[in-house]
Design a protein around this ligand. Sequence first.
Ligand code: IYR
Length: 234
Amino acid sequence: MLFSNNKAMSTKEINGHTHTQYQRDTYELEEAESRAKAYYEWLDTRRTVRDISDKPVSKQLIKDLIMAGSTAPSGAHKQPWTFCAVASPEIKKAIRAAAEKEEYESYHGRMSERWLDDLKPIGTDWDKPFLDEAPWLVIVFKRIYEVIDGEKRNNYYVNESVGIACGMIISAIHRAGLVTLTHTPSPMNFLTKILGRPENERPYLLLPIGYPQDEVYVPNLRRKPLEEVAVFYE
Ligand code: IYR
């Protein structure tokens, strides 16, 4: 086998399984520091955007975003996720109607006063126009188990794995200059029904994806500084 730079790639057997040599790009510390800083500063420009334009986004682009999410590490490499990508206006309408029904209940009694208060600076309410205006909705399902030869096999670290995959697709969306928000209608089992998902899948997160509308306002958030999010033990 060859590396992409045409060098020979060596392999090694571990437990009877072939491992291929890991080829890394490494950088001297100064270059590594500057790359880390640049990546952080670029990620820090990402904002959750709820005003998503109806400007079309190609299926090809969505496929690559999904594949970026699907590069996430996962328990025993089971990749316990299914990304359902919805462009159908009828399905989007059905999702919006069902989500708003739940959200209406949440905002009018199911959520505590404190919770509603915490959301005031964000400015959300039960009205979810992005659910049928965004060109695509990607609904991420976690796969609790697989059925292999008629037998249930539980996946491992499913929440961790799917959470990481969501983080990776969110950063890929940002990289493409598109926007999204992490919508979590609650309860969200209506998604299982509308999308006809099997019993081993549970809805995890809904990501509307598209271009931002022409003029968009986002809350004036401050991200915690390093001192508030990290503790160093040296
Ligand atoms: N799921 C609801 C409420 C909501 C909850 C939190 I926590 C947020 O950060 C934002 C919204 C909704 O989508 O409106």
